[in-house]
Design a binder for this molecule. Structure first.
Ligand code: HEC
Length: 447
């Protein structure tokens, strides 16, 4: 195999007779087999005795450069049904072969668009149509909230289209190929550069195409016949079996999910990873037989001193004095303009959205609920003679801390001092809207 890679020189090796087809021994004489179902009946009369169908010619080249030059030549001769095979990607082979840019991006775009539309529709259907749910008066349907999911479904379908589109466009998976029968072709994974012209090509003619490949610089040319045995063309049994088994195994979790949805079993859930749910430790309210009182909780040890978080001051931390709601104010709370200003600022942030800036109960949240056809009135905090006016300061403080019915507590957002400041401000609001004329400073009475 000492052939220059010049495509205008005739390589000596091309004169070598085509080797016998592997795995093919018998068969009656008499021209082309007529079992081919594709009707390419270009009788070529090369006199091989076979019922096997000619797949094409496989030519080997010494270098990637020679392969590119040959591809160009074969293409210029008008061939379209041919392909190049090399151990690594060869730059410039696509234009040399006349391969057009893939249309996959268009398909992927359509896939992504489908994902976008489906993802958006899904959210609309779930959130605004099938199960509309009022969350603090927010609209059930709003584009910004849906962007992340729609974005993800767009990516998802684009990626799936790319993946499976690539397989489909390349006719994968392909576990057999006629060229696999040629021993020499195995070198395509090592150091062989091949060009195969298929017999289905309009311009294919065994002799002329062979001449063309010789002229293109091929160092070796072989005819390739399709293995007529059906078992040689199908996916190996064990792969099919493995795929069937894997599919069944993959369906098990799905089946379990559906079973879990339908079952009425009182048994606890399965815990695949139980270490986070069941830890080898005792929680405070669990039973534990090893202690005489049967409880895991050992209580406070005598003489223990709390460090920092004791909060023993009931009046300040809980608004309770002597088992009753505190009516006055804890000693820590200083009644001053600064405290009131702080209270107003906190109220406007934490309470006004529901109770309104004036305390009358119509903040933007209830207003929005009403606009959507629902009803979730916040309490009127300033209504003359109402319970909120007469409730002790301690109870008001407790409502802010722990909430009341559908109003949540604000202990996690507001420090204790701020909660007391809001108590002061709510009192100021009530006073300002219920004051008797006699309470106004002299000179400011209404006439
Ligand atoms: C998200 C809306 C919302 C916010 C914010 C809110 N509240 Fe309320 N609040 C309510 C609703 C609703 C009720 C009436 C609950 C009921 O009667 O079931 C209520 C009731 C109350 C009551 C009456 C409790 C009682 O015992 O009758 C007080 C007092 C009160 N809120 C004070 C406040 C203060 C002070 C703030 C700010 C720290 C605040 N709320 C923030 C919704 C809210």
């Amino acid at each position: 195999m000492t052939t220059p890679a010049n495509d205008d020189e005739t390589p000596g090796a091309a004169d070598a007779p085509p080797p016998d087809r592997p795995g093919h021994a018998d068969g009656p004489d008499g021209g082309r087999g007529d079992d081919g179902d594709d009707g390419r009946g270009t009788g070529n009369g090369n006199g091989h005795g076979s019922d096997e169908e000619l797949h094409g010619l496989l030519a080997e080249f010494e270098t990637p450069g020679a392969l590119i030059a040959a591809a160009r030549k074969v293409r210029n001769a008008g061939h379209t049904e041919f392909d190049c095979y090399s151990p690594f990607p060869v730059h410039g082979i696509d234009p040399a072969m006349g391969i057009k840019a893939t249309r996959l991006p268009i398909v992927v775009f359509l896939g992504g668009l489908t994902g976008l539309v489906l993802g958006t529709l899904m959210q609309w259907w779930m959130n605004a149509y099938d199960w509309p749910w009022n969350v603090a008066g927010k609209p059930t349907w709003s584009i910004p909230a849906n962007v992340p999911i729609s974005y993800e479904t767009t990516i998802l379908l684009s990626v799936l289209t790319t993946f499976f589109g690539m397989w489909a466009a390349n006719k994968l998976p392909q576990v057999w190929h006629p060229f696999f029968r040629l021993d020499r072709f195995a070198r395509v994974t090592d150091d062989g550069f091949f060009l195969g012209v298929e017999a289905g090509d309009k311009r294919f003619d065994l002799e002329q195409t062979r001449q063309l490949l010789v002229a293109a610089g091929a160092t070796h040319i072989e005819e390739c016949y399709v293995d007529a045995r059906p078992e040689a063309r199908t996916m190996p049994r064990w792969i099919m079996a493995a795929m069937a088994v894997l599919t069944m195994v993959a369906l098990i979790p799905v089946a379990l999910v559906f079973k879990a949805r339908a079952t009425k079993s009182p048994d606890p859930h399965w815990h695949v990873f139980s270490d986070m749910d069941y830890q080898p430790k005792l929680k405070s309210d669990q039973p534990f037989a090893d202690f005489a009182d049967g409880r895991a909780n050992r209580g406070e040890l005598p003489g223990t001193v709390a460090r920092g978080q004791l909060k023993a001051d009931d009046a300040y931390y809980r608004g309770i004095a002597g088992g009753q709601w505190l009516t006055g104010l804890p000693a820590q709370v200083e009644v001053s303009e600064a405290t009131l200003a702080r209270g107003k600022q906190r109220y406007d942030i934490y309470c006004a959205p529901c109770h309104g800036f004036d305390g009358a109960g119509m903040g933007i949240v209830p207003a929005r609920v009403e606009a959507l056809g629902g009803a979730w009135p916040a309490r009127n905090l300033v209504e003359r003679g109402s319970a909120v006016i007469t409730m002790p300061n301690g109870q008001l403080y407790n409502t802010i801390s722990n909430g009341y019915n559908t109003m949540m507590g604000y202990a996690s957002q507001m420090p204790v001092a701020d909660r007391w400041a809001v108590v002061l401000y709510v009192r100021a609001l009530q006073r300002s809207q219920n004051a008797a004329e006699s309470e106004l400073p002299a000179g400011s009475q209404v006439r």
